[in-house]
Write a protein that binds this ligand. Sequence first.
Ligand SMILES: Cc1cc2nc3c(=O)[nH]c(=O)nc-3n(C[C@H](O)[C@H](O)[C@H](O)COP(=O)(O)OP(=O)(O)OC[C@H]3O[C@@H](n4cnc5c(N)ncnc54)[C@H](O)[C@@H]3O)c2cc1C
Length: 459
Amino acid sequence: MNGPRTHSSGSSSHKILVAGAGIAGLSAAFRLQRAGYDVSVLESASHVGGRMWTEEAEGYRIDTGAAMLPDSYHQMRRLIHDAGLTQEVRPSGNVYGFLRDGRIHRFGKRLPLRLLTTRLLSARSKVRLLRLAADTRRLSDRLSFRDLTTVPEADESCIAYTDRRLNQELFDYLIEPLSTNYYFAPPDELSMTHVYLAAGSALGTGYFNSPDGVAFLPRGLARHLDVRHRTKVLSVEESGNTVVVTYTDHAGGEHRETVAACVIAVPGPQAAGLWPAMPAPMRSYLSRLRYSTCLHVSFGLSARPREPAMWIFVPRREHPGGLGLCLDHNRAPGRAPDGKGLITLYWPTHTSEKLYDLPDPEVTARALRDLDRLNLFPGLAQRIEMTRVSRCRPCVPLTHPGSIAELNDGLRSLDRSSRIVLAGDYFSFGSTNAALTSGEIAASRLTVTLEAQQPNRPG
Ligand SMILES: Cc1cc2nc3c(=O)[nH]c(=O)nc-3n(C[C@H](O)[C@H](O)[C@H](O)COP(=O)(O)OP(=O)(O)OC[C@H]3O[C@@H](n4cnc5c(N)ncnc54)[C@H](O)[C@@H]3O)c2cc1C
C-alpha cells in the first residue's frame, strides 16, 4: 500500500491551512489572505458554510442551520463590507411572537414600550422583569461574542437564576421558551450568560439577511479563497517552526503537508480529535462539550397566513415539550415565491433526539399533527405544496453552568505563540457571529506569531 504523499515546498513558510469551511474557518482564511498569506481551506463536505447554509427546494429557499442575523452582529457587518457583499443584504423581519392561551403576543424593535403594554405577562411579572433588565445592563459591557469568560459571576443555570430573581410566570413565558426554542437547550443545562446575550443583542433589535439565503456570506467569502472540497483533515501537529497537516483528498488519497501554521475550525469535540498535542485542559473542555440537536420541517405554502411575526415561541405550557415556529417569508426576503409562504417547525433538543432517525414521512406527519394541535393557521394543511425535513447535529454548543470556568482553564492552557490555533462557536454564545469573531481572532493571533517568528512578512 502507498503511504501518504508529502508536500513541503520553499513557500511553506507563508502557507497556512484552515481545517473547516464553516463561517469560523472562512473568516479566518479571508483575514489571513488579506494579511498576505497563502491560504487554503480544507473542507470535508462538498460545499462550504457548514451550519450556515441554504438549500433550494421547488422554488423555496430553506436556511438549514442559522437563520436569524441581528443588527448587533457588528463583526459580521464589517466582514460583509470588507468582502464587498454589502449590496447582498437588506433589513429583514424583526417581530417575535410568544404564544399564551392560544393568543400570539408580538414584540418588535420597540421592546421596552411593548413590555409595558403586553398582556403576555402580569403586572407583577413586569416589575420582576426589571431585575433581568438591570442585570443585563450591568453585565452588558463585558458580555461579548468574543469570549464569555469575562462574566464568570453570571454563569448559573436559568432555573437557579429564576429562583433567585424572577418568578414562575417569567420562567414559563420568557426564560424557558428562549432556552428551549432559541438555543434548543433545556433550561437546566443552559447558562444564564446566554439569556443575557439574547436579551441584550437579539430582542428588540433590527435584523438583516440576504434574499439568496444566509449562505450568501460563506459563498461570498469562498469566492476569494482556495477551498478544497471533500478533503478531510485527519491530524494537525506542530513541529519546530512548521505544522504538519495530514488529510485525505476527494479521491481518498492521503497527504502530509508541511506549512507555516494551521487554524482548526471544526466543532469542538472534532477539534480535540485532530490535534493530539492539544493542551489537556482545552482538550478536556472540548471533548466533553455537548451540542444540541435540531430537527426541523419546512412547509412551502400556496398562500401566506396573515400572521406578521417572523418567529413564534410556543412555550412548554402551551404545547408538550415546546417548539418554535418560523414564518420564513416574514423573516427574510426571497424565501418563498411571490405571494406564497414558508413555515418551519423547529423541535427542541429533547424531541429532536427522539424523532431524529425516523424516516422523513413519519417526521413530517408528526410535524403536521403538532401544527394541527396548535391550530394557529386553520386550513394550512390544504395549502402545503412542498415539504422538507432538515437534520442538524451538531446544532449549537450547550454551554451548561460551570462550563465557563472550564473554558477559562482551557484558554489559559493554550500557548499564545503556537502555530496551531482554534476557531469555532464554542468561545461565546453559539452563533454565526461568535464563530466568525473567533475566526478573526485566530487570524490576528497567527499574524502576530508569524510576524514575530519570521520577520520577512509576506504581501
Ligand atoms: C438549526 C440551527 C439554527 C441556528 N440558528 C442560528 C441563528 O439563527 N443565528 C446564528 O447566528 N446562529 C445560529 N446557529 C448557530 C450557527 O449556525 C453556528 O454557531 C455556526 O454556523 C458555527 O460555525 P463554525 O464555522 O464554527 O462551524 P461549522 O459551521 O460546523 O463549520 C465547520 C466545518 O468544518 C467541516 N469539517 C468538520 N470536520 C472536518 C475535518 N476533519 N476536515 C475538514 N473539514 C471538516 C464541516 O463540514 C463544516 O463545514 C444555528 C445552528 C443550527 C444548527
